[in-house]
Design a protein. Sequence first.
Length: 197
Amino acid sequence: MRLRVTLAAVAASAAVLVAAGCGTQPDEPAPQGGAAAPAASAASGSFNETDTMFLQMMVPHSTQGIAIVKLAADRSEREDVKTLAKAIEVTQQDEIKRMSGWLEQWKQPATASDKEHEEHGGMPGTSEKEISALRKAKGAEFDRLFLDTLIAHQDDAVQLARMETNAGVNVQATSYAKQVDQSRTAQIAQMLEFRKQ
């Protein structure tokens, strides 16, 4: 299966992040509220189109991510993969609530129109074909496909987060985006290690 990331580049950046102490251990439970959860429950202050688009794209992306990681519970044969998948599920459920709350507070629609989505470069996400292949796989084959799919999926979140930190203006949203960048990059590093085993 084709990865949408350059593994060498991701591994290099992830190694720097882990060396800086931002990585997580595979057997750590998900922290209460999630590792990438923003500190504040409400995103106050001014916001711009980038802030809005970031949240509108992240909510469906994270929703799809939850659907992907839930497949590991009865298909993976590795406890470390199952543990990571559960931690991601818990974290992203909390993040979706927070992001949806911010959009509601800003009186912005929960999702962007197709036109707006394309104007911001779009986000392919994980294809239905890839998810279908995951549903059919089990054991070692599932674990290989799952890791490849989730590495690419979480890299998409990193790219969205960097879009926000580069052009967003809302303090809470940009802070959250930095946390997304760090947490997903650490997850990618962890999964690349899993792939070697």
